[in-house]
Design a protein around this ligand. Sequence first.
Ligand SMILES: Nc1ncnc2c1ncn2[C@@H]1O[C@H](COP(=O)(O)OP(=O)(O)OP(=O)(O)O)[C@@H](O)[C@H]1O
Length: 659
Amino acid sequence: MTTTLSQRQHVETILSALANPAPTGEEALIERSWKRCIDRYGLDPSRPSPARYVPGSTLREHQDQADALLQVARAGVEQLYRQVAPLGYVVLLTDARGIAVQFLGAKNNQREHQRTGLYLGSDWSESHAGTCAVGTCIHERTALTCHHSDHFSAHHIQLTCTAAPVFDPHGQLLAVLDISAYRSPTGKESQTFALQLVKYTAKMIEDAYFLQRYGDRHIVCLDRSREFVQINRRYLLAMEEDGTLVAANTAGRKLLRHHGLPLPEAGEARPFQAWNVRDLLDSEVEEILAIPHHSDDRVQAFHTRRHREIHFATLIEPPRRPSVGQPVSRDSSLAPLEALADDDPSMRDTLTRAARLRNEPINILVVGETGTGKERMARALHDASRRRDKPFVAINCAAMPESLIESELFGYEPGSFTGARSKGMKGLIVQADGGTLFLDEIGDMPLQLQTRLLRVLAEQEVLPIGASRPIKVDLRVVAATHRDLRERVQTGSFREDLFYRLNGASLRLPPLRERADKGYLIRRIFAELNEQRGSRVRLRGDAMSALLAYPWPGNIRELHNALHFALATCEGDEIVVGDLPEECVHGRLAHPGASQGMTLLATTSPSEPPIQQDLLYRALCRHHWNISAVARELGLSRPTIYRRMKRLGIVPPNQQPAS
Ligand SMILES: Nc1ncnc2c1ncn2[C@@H]1O[C@H](COP(=O)(O)OP(=O)(O)OP(=O)(O)O)[C@@H](O)[C@H]1O
């Protein structure tokens, strides 16, 4: 390939631009890319850069990975092609690595398409193709036109290409939509409409993907114009029924950031912060949920809390909404199992397995760290099984004194030993007849009792102490342990035959720190506690965030206790971060905004949990004892702050007695 005069001039332009870079705007963006091409990728603008294609099998892999998006995008890409084809453009959809996974172009020009790389399977990554619309869009995460000599390679300078990114609901780049033409007017402004059209179509694809991904949630659509909100749906926010925001489209994430409520971005450690729609809009969640039912045109106006901007909202409701505590299930008998988890993949697998096993005549071993909900699982298995109307008897093998286990489990005949009740006693195993016997901490059962239990399981009969005739029992045994039973078998402290008898099937519960449905569990336990106490306390977004960020070494039990503590000690009808126990806000104290290394100087009240003092004291120091600022940060009223300071013995420095 020979180098033409214009190509030589192009190389010179690049070199001189790099010597005097443009400070801002799209020019600067293009020049940044040129610099990367030279410094980072070692490309040479004068060298031919033939189109590179991935092999067919690799292309299929890329297409498979992008399949969910391709399904959703197809209609949008085709519509775009119909709009631009008469002007000589082709349309490419690439994945996030710049591989063209979809292509639409005139059939009679196929050879030229393939030669230039405007074809299926071509690689438009910046590191290979140099500055170009797709590759530079991937790098800069923004829509742009790469017009003629904006391209790095002198061999691309006849092209005009315009690309826009498509992001997933968490800000991760999914794809790039591109239109390219071989011939176009010299001026870049000729592509202004092309840029708008591609951006618009990319947004349509992104939003269609969003609506499909979050079709099971409530979606709040916002726009600054009442007339267009139904059509434009500029900002999309997916939320739980209690208003917790779970995702937003690109515009929605920008809106949230603008109001100081950033959602976690892809690549950031999550969970990060749980905001509620109430934090954005000056409204109760109930009002938002009522939009489709109470307003004439199904549009409602709201002010944003922070900037008092007016936004018009519509609401897309999920087709069937599993409300907390009332999971949707085709078979209602499965409800107790389904209520144990939301969308945690490992729990979903465990629950599917549990559902299959619930009526099988085999014993089940539930394993998981302490406090992961093993007893809950056993109870749910019982409630979902045909035995649900019969007793569920739970025995903690570790908590019961060894001397009592035998009589408690097996029962005894009248007068069979000193101290025995005169009428004898029905053992727990017999009490569980027809139902489920739950043996918690089975790993701690003494060896001698393991032998007797084995007999019960093998023969389905119990011989009470002092009795001469065994009693027949019909049992389903669910055992649980946080120990490694196989290791116990190897060290000889657990009978191998009993292990196999109990382990007809096993169900593993993940620790809470690994669960993706922490938010669901928090809301569920909170709702249960509220119900038990007859209260209607709310959990505010900052408290929810602290709870989500905490690693929960004590698992669900610790979470339960933390919520219980907060409910018992909070003032008013809202739990804020300051109401939580110390450990749970630890992550929050380590937040960059918090001052580090500060010690508690104030006198302490023995009745008050230390965190209440520490947290309040730190907040006061951080805000230079400005009570209003502290009240705002902790979500409490000023009088409450004063009351707490008094109760905790915290005295501002300017009121402390001179020493
Ligand atoms: N899915 C759930 N929904 C609501 N609360 C739960 C759930 N799972 C567990 N809990 C609560 O967490 C606490 C601990 O649960 P559970 O006793 O079932 O755990 P465990 O694994 O059996 O504990 P251990 O190993 O100490 O015996 C209990 O208060 C229970 O009510």
